[in-house]
Design a protein around this ligand. Structure first.
Ligand SMILES: NC(=O)c1ccc[n+]([C@@H]2O[C@H](COP(=O)([O-])OP(=O)(O)OC[C@H]3O[C@@H](n4cnc5c(N)ncnc54)[C@H](OP(=O)(O)O)[C@@H]3O)[C@@H](O)[C@H]2O)c1
Length: 392
């Protein structure tokens, strides 16, 4: 497979549910971006909110719903009624389900009042413009689920919420490049439309990086929990200085609700870990989820990896020019505003247990495990080749 196909395959798998990209590591990530706000995280709240989630039933939404219901909030969700939540079904019994379509039917949202709207299902600028304008006089705050994709291409090592964003496609891009950049441009313009309708003092934009954890509808992160659960010699792609960024989907979900409770507005990068981490440190730390003996072989030759169609293994992404800064995104103002991080080994183990449970369809599991192009399938052969190349 050619590089462009591989990159396109990566983007097409991730773009609808996702992304921008992360990279770099060793000292504190949050050292540059400063924010004076300090929010305390309490396990309960006295403030009961009426929360509307545009979406709510796929990946991020069920975790938000479960946490909001647990904290006593009144939750409404708005979807087409097609996607059924696979996690936290019991919480959905306490939720009002409004049916419509962001494309052309917002009737169920008319003449209703909420304290907060969370826009997870924003896939077109026009959708966000329409809902923001419809709701602006009846809802207190608009929280838009954006993405670190707004920073694409990731050219700098100090990307922060003040970094200027690309708002239209530059000339001269290839079809693949257009495809990759389109998502971030859509997210950036959607943020602007929501902020225009609600005003900056009633608007929140959360820009998550790769969200990992139970319920993911993409297969992109399964490699690590599945592979690490087996132990043995583990192939780690990337150079020793290559950084990774990621965040547990539940940490993002719960933080959304606490920001709403605190009426905390602003723009934040939903990015972890707290401290910079290389891909090798990631693999070692993640392996602590399992009681297995593992050794780690870093394959740090980008040409060898490209030749074998390994351009990414989320959270690692090859740090080519356009992705150089993708795992160097600053998160200090998010941490100051209450973003917390559960231990990586919990994310790994919970994802593994979720994948092994009935919540995941057996066809999906079989298909994943039968994929001959996955790193899981190719690993032994690549390690043998690599040992041959590096011997002596
Ligand atoms: N996954 C990541 O790593 C990542 C990273 C950065 C940012 N993000 C962003 O995070 C957000 C979370 O997405 P999510 O899917 O997990 O959210 P979610 O709130 O769990 O689910 C979204 C729901 O939107 C509904 N929907 C889709 N099209 C619709 C339409 N035309 N009208 C009304 N409802 C519609 C779908 O239900 P129906 O099919 O029933 O309509 C779907 O279940 C996205 O904006 C994504 O771009 C994700």
């Amino acid at each position: 497979m050619k590089k462009s196909n591989s990159r396109r395959e990566f983007i097409s798998k991730t773009a609808l549910a996702t992304i921008a990209i992360p990279l770099l590591g060793s000292t504190l990530l949050n050292c540059k971006e400063q924010d004076k706000t300090q929010i305390r995280v309490n396990s309960t709240t006295n403030k009961k909110l009426k929360i509307l989630i545009l979406g709510g039933t796929s990946y991020l939404g069920p975790h938000q719903v479960a946490y909001a219901v647990k904290r006593g909030h009144e939750v409404s969700i708005f979807t087409r009624g097609k996607t059924k939540p696979k996690l936290h079904q019991e919480a959905f019994e306490k939720v009002e389900h409004l049916i419509g379509d962001r494309e052309d039917n917002l009737t169920a949202l008319e003449n209703r009042k909420w304290d907060v709207v969370i826009d997870n299902s924003g896939r077109k600028v026009q959708w966000t413009k329409d809902t923001a304008n419809l709701l602006k006089d009846n809802v207190g705050m608009y929280m838009y689920t954006s993405s670190t994709g707004v920073y694409y291409p990731y050219l700098s090592d100090s990307i922060n919420t003040k970094t200027s964003l690309v708002l239209s496609l530059p000339d001269g891009l290839t079809e693949d490049e257009k495809y990759e950049q389109d998502y971030g441009i859509m997210k950036a313009n959607s943020e602007l439309e929501a902020a225009k309708a609600f005003g900056k003092d009633r608007f929140v934009a959360i820009r998550p990086t790769y969200m990992l954890g139970p319920g993911d509808r993409t297969d992109r992160f399964l490699h690590w929990p599945l592979r690490l659960s087996q132990g043995g010699e583990i192939l780690v792609p990337g150079k020793k200085e290559d950084l990774v960024q990621y965040v547990d989907v539940r940490d993002i979900a719960e933080w959304f609700i606490r920001l709403a409770e605190n009426n905390q507005v602003g723009t934040y990068n939903g990015v972890g870990p707290k401290v910079q981490q290389t891909i090798l440190d990631f693999a070692k730390e993640a392996s602590k989820a399992f009681d297995k003996t593992s050794s780690f072989t870093l394959i740090d030759d980008y040409e060898f990896l490209k030749k074998n169609n390994i351009f990414y293994q989320i959270p690692w992404v090859m740090a080519d020019e356009k992705h150089f800064g993708s795992a160097r995104i600053q998160n200090a103002n998010a941490i100051a505003a209450g973003l917390t991080f559960r231990p990586l080994k919990n994310t790994i183990l919970d994802t593994y247990n979720w994948w092994s449970s009935d919540a995941v369809d057996s066809n999906r599991k079989e298909k994943y495990e039968a994929n001959k192009n996955s790193l899981l399938a190719k690993e032994k052969e690549l390690l043998t080749q690599w040992a041959g190349l590096t011997k002596g």
